[in-house]
Design a binder for this molecule. Structure first.
Ligand code: ZN
Ligand code: ZN
Ligand code: ZN
Ligand code: ZN
Length: 271
């Protein structure tokens, strides 16, 4: 199909209420005017002809929708991507122009911007919480009282943003720790982390734990389900220095993938 006729077809998908492109399910009034489902749900009657709402969907439009390349919904923000169906759904979720909050917002940052601006924002406003080496010595200050505190740091390595989190579940005295990938999931790129705790008296490695870096699609979540390492708070406290700080190191590892197990492992990284 030629681009101009595709464009004119695409214009037929503009919802008459919100002017955004309708995506399935596409709804109808009894005279046949079509609406996106979110506008349709808010209408009492058809906004164009006052007819009642139809219980049916516009199946033919939905079928045509699947064959057309639509512009990304962040077109007005500057995105030039075009794509069909699932490809577009997938793109829009991680579009550079989509709105984003600060990945360190639990540390009381109220910044809002777009995905593409996250790194610059963090470089400028959170330089102490952003690291660029895949091996980093760190400390959790006042580890005895990490409860109700937000401990979040970011790594930017392998062109990927990682977020590390510590916290404490008070009732059970369980310390939780995780490193998540905030970027778009990739089958070819899988990461794991190693965390090493040092005894400051002897400078010996006393605890070493390893785990996979799961993909965190919703970075509003501090932890993903049960996808974290956990241990006993008292046990860790035994290795704090005189100030009550826990000295540790994080290593993030870029794994070489075994192709046969690829899909299996990839699926496992979500649920
Ligand atoms: Zn609409
Ligand atoms: Zn109508
Ligand atoms: Zn886009
Ligand atoms: Zn911020």
């Amino acid at each position: 199909m030629e681009c101009t006729s595709e464009n004119s077809l695409i214009s037929k998908f503009e919802c008459p209420v919100c002017f955004k492109y309708m995506i399935p399910p596409i709804r109808l009034c009894l005279s046949g005017h079509s609406y996106c489902s979110s506008c349709f749900d808010k209408l009492k009657n058809c906004a164009l002809c006052r007819a009642n709402k139809s219980p049916y969907r516009c199946i033919v439009l939905e079928q045509i929708h699947a064959t057309l390349s639509f512009p990304c919904k962040y077109y007005d923000q500057g995105c030039v991507f075009r794509g069909k169906g699932d490809v577009m759904t997938d793109h829009q979720e991680y579009c550079d122009f989509s709105p984003a909050l600060c990945p360190l917002r639990f540390n009381e940052c109220e910044w809002r911007g777009s995905k593409s601006e996250i790194l610059d924002h963090c470089r400028n406003l959170h330089p102490d919480n952003l690291f660029f080496e895949n091996k980093q010595k760190l400390k959790v200050t006042n580890f005895y009282n990490i409860m109700n505190r937000n401990y979040f740091i970011l790594f930017y390595i392998f062109d990927t943003v990682f977020r590390c989190t510590w916290d404490l579940i008070e009732d059970s005295g369980t310390v939780r720790f995780a490193v998540y990938v905030l970027n778009k999931p990739s089958k070819l790129r899988q990461y794991s982390f190693k965390i090493t705790v040092f005894d400051t008296q002897t400078n010996m490695e006393v605890i070493t734990l390893m785990g996979p870096c799961y993909y965190l699609k919703d970075d509003n979540l501090k932890f993903l389900g049960k996808k974290y390492l956990s241990s006993n708070h008292d046990y860790f406290k035994g290795f704090c220095d005189n100030n009550g700080d826990l000295n540790y190191a994080i290593t993030i590892i870029n794994n070489i993938r075994n192709e046969r197990k690829e899909q299996e492992d990839f699926d496992d990284l979500f649920q």
